[in-house]
Design a protein around this ligand. Structure first.
Ligand code: PLP
Length: 387
């Protein structure tokens, strides 16, 4: 049996996979079992933020694995304290809870928002407004939070207490913010929904309307956070700071880690025994996360993300098959005039380029460390396909 046959006969078929067995990687280049190399414009799904096996990251992770790979959250560890301190410093938040994924970070945010409201106002103010076309995860409550009907299937009953407002429609949002609502949850740029940024005016009114009624704003920055858009948080582009921000994907350079950050008024809401995770804040993952934060702090890497993003965007707009490009920094989505994104990605794979789609768009989430030469090489491959 080859790897793919063995894999498929032993693992649930929950993913549509490409026929590629990934074996190793170095910097921004991945290699498969047959030794074929690929320029990586996807970095997992925006996860390998420093590329493959970045030296400082490897040293931090391996060093921690050799010292202490896990301890229960009944005890303290220095590496979790160091990582949390850096994260709070860089974002300006007061406190963090660590889980292991984006969905878990959002679960924490949902629980926090409901308890904040319960503690202050009692029962009945439990509804959370999310946006149509959003994506917040695959657990039952984050599926319920996801504002796309295709996700609301099979697994009934879903979790109650979510309602959906139209993105960029202030009137619709206003109509949904009655006195049963404790939070509004947004992605500044809807990632899985097709790389769709929110309008500045709409984001302004989310914060204004919520501020008036003591409704918390939750920013799901699982995809947009940790430097992806050229600022540490995408909220920085909009000049707003949510009460709660969730991070995952690129936060630990490819290790499972989710973070739910909150401001001063929320920091004591989840007290002893109200939330937890066996693996949450795992020392090896925290060491990986700390290496990512140290990278971002050293030098002008965020500025470079913006510059490389602009460079990539200009190159994409130079391809006649590409209609328009949305997104910020190194989170871009390109609409095609005639071709299907899925087919383009399959063809790119055969020519040595890894790419993603988001709805009907080509999606670009390269490692933050990608070089101009690699962008050029990848674009040359893409240009050949789109000709
Ligand atoms: C990927 C993603 C999630 C889910 O993250 P997992 O780590 O897969 O649980 C949630 N929200 C957004 C915006 C995402 O992009």
């Amino acid at each position: 049996m080859n790897t793919i046959e063995k894999f498929d006969s032993n693992i649930m078929g929950t993913y549509g996979r490409y026929p590629l067995v990934m074996e190793k990687g170095s910097h921004e280049i991945a290699a498969d079992e047959r030794g074929r190399e690929y320029i990586d414009f996807g970095s997992g799904i925006g996860t390998n933020s420093l590329g493959y096996c970045n030296e400082k990251w490897v040293n931090a992770v391996c060093g921690q694995a050799k010292t202490l790979q896990h301890t229960s959250n009944y005890y303290y560890t220095k590496v979790q304290a160091d990582f949390a301190e850096e994260l709070n410093k860089i974002t300006g938040y007061s406190a963090v809870f660590f889980g292991n994924s984006g969905a878990e970070a959002n679960e924490c945010a949902i629980k926090l928002a409901r308890k904040y409201s319960f503690d202050k106002y009692g029962r009945g103010r439990h509804n959370i407004v999310t946006l149509e076309n959003s994506f917040h995860g695959r657990t039952l409550s984050t599926l319920s939070a996801t504002g796309q009907e295709v996700f609301h299937n099979y697994f009934f009953p879903f979790v109650e207490g979510f309602r959906y407002a139209k993105a960029n429609d202030t009137e619709d949002l206003k109509a949904k913010l009655d006195d049963t609502v404790c939070a509004v949850m947004i992605e500044y740029i809807q990632g899985e929904g097709g790389v769709v940024p929110l309008n500045k005016d709409f984001v302004d009114s989310v914060f204004e309307l919520c501020g008036e009624k003591d409704i918390l704003v939750i920013a799901d920055e699982v995809q947009t956070g940790v430097g992806r858009t050229g600022k540490f948080l995408a909220g920085d582009h909009f000049g707003h700071k949510a009460n709660i921000t969730t991070l995952a994907k690129g936060i630990a350079g490819g290790l499972p880690m989710g973070a739910c950050l909150c401001d001063e008024q929320c920091r004591d809401v989840l007290g002893k025994g109200t939330h937890g995770s066996t693996f949450g804040g795992n020392p090896v993952c925290c060491a990986g996360g700390l290496a990512v934060l140290n990278f971002i702090k050293s030098g002008d890497h965020l500025k470079q993300v913006t510059e490389k993003g602009n460079y990539l965007r200009d190159k994409l707009l130079g391809i006649s098959e590409i209609d328009k490009v949305d997104g910020m920094g190194l989170m871009l989505g390109a609409s095609l005039k005639t071709k299907k994104a899925q087919g383009v990605v399959a063809e790119a794979l055969e020519k040595g380029l890894l790419m993603l789609t988001a709805k009907e768009k080509l999606r670009f989430l390269p490692p933050l460390t990608i070089t101009y030469e690699e962008i050029d090489k990848g674009i040359a491959i893409l240009e050949g396909i789109l000709k």
